[in-house]
Design a protein around this ligand. Structure first.
Ligand code: SAH
Length: 344
């Protein structure tokens, strides 16, 4: 199998190939900035080096399995095949001029949140940094960014903090000035509430955003929806967020998937408001994206608005997310790793 170069910094590329540092940087720019995968097209590299690269290395270990594009919104979902045959999904979302890339951190997910298609399909393995960053490179390959910088969200398949080191390296690769050069504030990591990960994340010297998938603010309900809550209950999660903000001062987004009759009452909103009190948070309300085999329904729009109103009355910033991609099963929680064919 050829050695992938996509998960390496310029100096690591130079060391791997035993070439000069500037050549490592040249290759890094071709791969990350120009998003070229064919070594032969890397015109400022010597012919000998290009031949050596083509024989034993690769700038693209992921291959396209299926792509679906929503005519309504321009959202694109790609199922990419990993070298060992597993697959991951990633999504490009358009909102007017803005582009957001939703990346997977694991093939499948071990968390088994009750309402999520990815968890229902099971867990296969962690991705390495190259496999994560390549999703972004792949999605942007034919994209004319014309000066726009995409946002990156780690909200695809998997729990990013269960794959901490690879996710971190992928962020640094994405931020690299000679690569995609995306600013920390445009990058969001979403966790289901892994406290160990939150603690490590607080120590990172950067402005990358943290989002926590809360969905319920009492232990009985949250443990049913997010089984990880049995390990890290609500009080401990809240205390961890307090420490996080004390340490690094960054605002946290709380995500709340609105499930009809489950967590969308005024009382649920009150519990959320109590959780949020004393924290610097913004709440992102997500109407549930249907997964046919799961026993939930999305909250009706009026209830979503009423829920939002309760939070606003309590002085909490809350927005209702507009979903883009339901028609191609590319919305949050609809990634099951089979490109969109029904599991049943
Ligand atoms: N494991 C991480 C990141 C992946 S999920 C986490 O839990 O945060 C990204 C977001 O999508 C989470 O907030 C998750 O709870 C939400 N989600 C999962 N299934 C969904 C669905 N069917 N509809 C809407 N949002 C969903």
């Amino acid at each position: 199998m050829k050695t992938p170069l996509t998960g390496l910094f310029p100096d690591e590329i130079a060391a791997t190939l035993d070439v000069k540092p500037y050549q490592g940087a040249q290759l890094f720019r071709w791969i990350h900035q120009k998003r070229i995968v064919d070594f032969d097209a890397m015109s400022d590299l010597s012919k000998a080096l290009r031949a050596r690269l083509a024989a034993a290395f690769t700038a693209s270990q992921l291959t396209l399995d299926t792509i679906r594009e929503s005519e309504a919104t321009g959202t694109r979902k790609a199922l990419l095949r990993l070298p060992d045959g597993d697959a991951v999904e990633c999504v490009l979302i358009r909102d007017r001029d803005r582009i957001t890339l939703c990346l997977s951190s694991q093939a499948g997910c071990p968390l088994r949140c009750a309402f999520c298609a990815t968890g229902a399909a099971g867990y296969r393995r962690n991705l390495d940094a190259g496999e994560i960053v390549e999703q972004a490179l792949w999605l942007l390959r034919d994209e004319d960014l014309s000066g726009r910088t995409p946002n990156i969200v780690y909200m695809g398949m998997g729990e990013p903090f269960y794959n901490y080191d690879a996710v971190l390296k992928s962020i640094r690769l994405i931020m690299h000035p000679q690569g995609l050069h995306i600013g920390a504030r445009k990058i969001t990591v979403s966790t289901a509430g892994d406290i160990k990960g939150i603690e490590r994340f607080a120590e990172e010297d950067w402005q990358v955003r943290l989002s926590v998938s809360l969905h319920a603010a009492n232990n009985e309900l949250r443990s049913r929806l997010v089984p990880l809550n049995k390990r890290y209950p609500v009080e401990r999660l809240r205390a961890a967020l307090q420490r996080y903000q004390k340490r690094c001062g960054r605002q946290v987004t709380l995500e709340w998937v609105l499930l009809d009759g489950v967590n969308d009452s005024a009382c649920d909103a009150d519990e959320l408001a109590a959780f949020a009190r004393g924290l610097d948070v913004a709440v992102n309300l997500i109407p549930w994206n249907p997964v046919p085999e799961l026993p939930f329904a999305p909250s009706p729009p009026a209830r979503c608005q009423a829920f939002q109103a309760v939070l606003r009355e309590r002085g909490i910033t809350a927005t209702i997310r507009k979903e883009k991609g339901q028609d191609i099963e590319a919305a949050c929680g609809q990634l099951r790793g089979n490109g969109g064919a029904c599991a049943t």
